[in-house]
Ligand binder design. Structure first.
Ligand code: GTP
Ligand code: MG
Length: 377
């Protein structure tokens, strides 16, 4: 894909993000505006009103506390008297909750293994299909492992995406141990010098111990069979589920070392503030967001563009060539969208293999785990 095409695609993506967040925006922004305009002074009531709106907007308790603490400090230090002057400080406080580490996307250079996990129906397979398409278009050598062996239909669904993206798929028999499919895929990835191996897994309820153990086993197999690869464990969270997404992520973080979050279905959710909450509460970065079902509907998470879209922020300074952030002429049906900056090439980082953890699942033997129908759903 040419740089021009990529820019165009990103523009379309942010247009969808912008309109997808309209429900969240209208509840948060209109709520905040009314507090700023109706409050005559900065007092406890003012802070309480702001707190209520941020919590209602699903930003989470911890992020809300931090944002308001920062606001209180600045109000004191700068002797701010007007409620309206707090707006920018508040928005900056939200931006500060969502920093993404400069090495967050090192895995894209490979060789890497990206394990994609989450409860059922959140968008794991779709996200893998989209990532495969994106990396393939960028000239990366991509391979997909169909480690959701629970349903035959899961492999069929993945095959459609793999064909669409033009990448190979490693499969196993229905009901096979998912870790054995991953094992095969790892050997193939090494032999073929694959840049990125994407591993799809079956959706599982985060409170089912044996299924979480199955995941831990997959994780161990990757560590053991491919110690030199860059590891990426991404949990997929459905952006429309709000705070429940937090408890899911916490459980998955208990069995694998989560390195990032894919937040899906951000098109049309009223709970978009969850993007702030997951980063702030879990200290795990949102790396990708999905705004639809098409192959180009998943992109890297850009905190600044996200906050702009969420708060309808208009940027004052003229953006640099590679970081165009044009403002829409109209708020809801923008002509131009903030465009994602072109990230600098990350330095290639050779990561060490994850150290073996001693946890309850480490003692579970490696024979296939009996699963009952219904476990996954
Ligand atoms: N609107 C919207 N729909 C999405 C998005 N991502 C996924 N979906 C849809 O969500 C549904 C479930 O997606 P899958 O990718 O099959 O989810 P999964 O996590 O693999 O599901 P299981 O394998 O059954 O656990 C599909 O209809 C997708 O098209 C998104 O960003 N926006
Ligand atoms: Mg799936």
């Amino acid at each position: 894909m040419t740089t021009e095409e990529e820019k165009k695609e990103k523009k379309g993506f942010f247009r969808r993000l912008w309109s997808g967040l309209s429900k969240t925006r209208s509840s948060i922004v209109s709520g905040l505006e009314s507090v700023f305009t109706s409050s005559s002074k900065i007092d406890e009531d003012f802070y309480e009103d702001l707190e209520e709106i941020l919590i209602m907007g699903d930003l989470g308790v911890s992020a809300t506390d931090e944002i308001l603490d920062k606001l209180r400090t600045e109000v004191k230090e700068k002797h701010i008297k007007e409620p309206a002057e707090c707006r920018d400080i508040l928005i900056q406080g939200i931006r500060d909750q969502m920093t993404v580490d400069e090495h967050a996307y090192d895995f894209e250079e490979g060789p890497s293994v990206v394990l994609v996990i989450g409860v059922n129906g959140v968008g794991k397979t779709t996200s893998i299909g989209k990532l495969a398409g994106t990396y393939q278009a960028r000239g990366k050598k991509v391979l997909i492992a169909a480690a959701d062996t629970f349903r035959a239909a899961a492999v069929d669904q993945l095959k459609v995406w793999a064909d669409r993206a033009g990448v190979d798929l490693i499969t196993g028999a229905e009901g096979a141990d998912p870790a054995s499919v991953v094992f095969d895929a790892l050997q193939a990835a090494k032999a073929r010098h694959t840049d990125i191996l994407l591993v799809d897994t079956a959706g599982r309820l985060h409170n089912k111990k044996n299924l979480m153990a199955e995941l831990a086993k997959i994780d161990r197999v990757i560590t053991r069979e491919y110690p030199d690869c860059i590891r990426e464990n991404l949990v997929v969270l459905d952006g429309t589920t709000g705070q429940n997404a937090l408890s899911q992520a916490r459980e998955f973080a208990g069995v694998t070392n989560l390195t990032g979050i894919i937040l899906t279905k951000m098109d049309g959710t009223a709970k978009g503030g969850i993007a702030v909450a997951v980063q702030s509460e879990l200290k795990i970065p949102v790396k990708f967001i999905g705004v639809g079902e098409q192959i180009d509907d998943l992109q890297r998470f850009e905190p600044d563009a996200f906050v702009d879209a969420l708060f309808d922020v208009r940027r004052e300074e003229e953006p640099e060539e590679e970081d165009l952030t044009e403002e829409p002429e109209e708020k809801e049906t923008p002509e131009e969208e903030p465009s994602e900056s072109t990230p600098e090439e990350p330095e290639k980082k050779a990561e060490d293999a994850e150290p073996e953890k001693k946890n309850w699942w480490d003692d579970i033997d490696d024979t296939p785990i009996f699963r009952e129908h219904g476990d996954y759903y």
